[in-house]
Design a protein around this ligand. Structure first.
Ligand code: CS2
Ligand code: MN
Length: 402
């Protein structure tokens, strides 16, 4: 398995030099500054490749841009409105340019409006570390009393509505502002400028889009771009919904194994693949991550290894981002399934036998506390996660060799 690391570009507080000391073998990056829907030009792609290939003192880093995360899918494509056909044409052009640059793995997601959603970006653990957390009562308080979304009452039962009202009443203004900022933070582009009115507007535009319709739009998109990806030798991989439940009245279609199965079967080509994110899917007790890897491994082109601790047994509940080998996902079993998949691919002679993975998020620990890196992306917590995963892989491989 190839040990990769997400790098946000030259503005990232964690440098390429840092990643080398973490033992990273490849980089996951994106052209975050290019507006969604526009073409990624060969010049922009080449520039990012040079940035990754070079250390601060100008010497070669020896690592390359292996995975694109994300080549984003526009809201117009998701809704099939406005410029969606142009955006699909541009997506194909960007794929061509990426293939010409030698990049093969392309991650994207199909979450309407939102990317990931949390209520706390720095929730204190008993040992002083901080992590990201999703608290369902806080989230309901946001939806019902801060966003005041029409129809929100129907999403929560009596007990949860009462708990949310009580929680909201006890929050001071600072926490109310912070909660709104945290929830909105995971919206693409939201860090700059997203008012609550903007959020309401974006949500309202999905009023007539059911889950089935959104799924049909994803399948239409994939029917267009997968053959192009295949011809170019690329592998597309869809990241799951995070958390994997409907939120804010928006349809969600990539939250479970059944959701993935429907889309994998509808466009049944290897180039139409999966980003198996154990941190996202693991927030639901009915998602069996090692089993999904076993059953769908041949279509998994990228792994996000992160662990969450669920705080209830409900399908939709509170959770926090735990250390990589703690939490509710059996990470060693998931790694073992991934190694078995690699062995199968090798036996079949597949050129893509090596599956890239990244430690996904990490907790803030040691000197990263208060350092204000991108939430979820501190240097040391991810380094620790990667080191633990590397150790588990070495143990499994050693065991297999006995
Ligand atoms: C990532 C996602 O930071 C994260 O949680 O796993 O934001 C991911 O990059 C996108 O959803 C992929 O399109
Ligand atoms: Mn992920």
């Amino acid at each position: 398995m190839k040990q990769t690391w997400r790098w946000f570009g030259p503005k990232d507080l964690v440098s390429i030099d840092d990643t080398l000391q973490a033992g990273v073998e490849g980089i996951v990056s994106a052209l975050h500054h290019v507006p969604t829907g526009a073409v990624w030009t060969p010049a922009e792609i080449a520039q990012r490749q040079r940035e990754i290939a070079t250390m601060k003192d100008g010497s070669p880093s020896g690592i390359a841009w292996d995975v694109v995360e994300s080549l984003p899918v526009s809201e117009d494509i998701k809704k099939q409105q406005g410029a969606w056909r142009d955006h699909i044409a541009n997506y194909k052009t960007s794929l061509r340019h990426l293939a010409e640059a030698g990049i093969e793995v392309i991650c994207y997601n199909f979450m309407p409006v939102l990317d990931w959603t949390r209520t706390d970006l720095a929730w204190r653990r008993p040992n002083g570390a901080t992590c990201m957390r999703f608290d369902l009562t806080d989230f309901a308080a946001f939806d019902l009393h801060i966003l005041k979304r029409p129809g929100a009452e129907e999403d929560f039962d009596d007990a949860l509505r009462a708990a949310a009202a009580e929680r909201f009443a006890k929050m001071d203004d600072a926490r109310r502002d912070e909660l709104a900022k945290n929830v909105v933070f995971g919206l693409p582009g939201a860090a700059e400028s997203f008012s609550l009115e903007d959020v309401r507007q974006h949500i309202a535009e999905y009023a007539s889009i059911s889950e089935d319709r959104l799924r049909a739009h994803l399948i239409d998109f994939l029917s267009e771009v997968t053959p192009v990806a295949e011809e170019l030798g690329l592998r597309l991989c869809c990241h799951p919904d995070d958390p994997p439940v409907p939120l804010l009245g928006l349809p969600r279609i990539m939250s479970t194994e059944a959701h993935y199965a429907a889309v994998m079967v509808a466009v049944d080509r290897t180039a139409n693949g999966i980003t198996l994110c154990s941190g996202s899917l693991g927030a639901r007790p009915d998602n069996d991550l090692p089993g999904m890897m076993e059953r769908w491994g041949s279509r998994v082109h990228f792994l996000h290894l992160r662990n969450v601790k669920r705080e209830t047994t409900d399908i939709r509940g509170s959770f926090f981002e735990d250390e990589h080998l703690r939490g509710d996902t059996d990470m060693v079993a998931l790694l073992a399934a991934a190694l078995r998949e690699e062995a199968r691919r090798k036996a079949e002679g597949r050129a893509d036998w090596s599956i890239p993975f990244r430690p996904d998020h990490g907790q803030d620990i040691l000197d990263d506390l208060g350092r204000k890196a991108q939430p979820g992306y501190p240097a040391i917590g991810r380094l620790k996660g990667l080191a633990e995963l590397r150790g588990a892989i070495a143990g499994l491989q050693h065991g297999a060799a006995q």
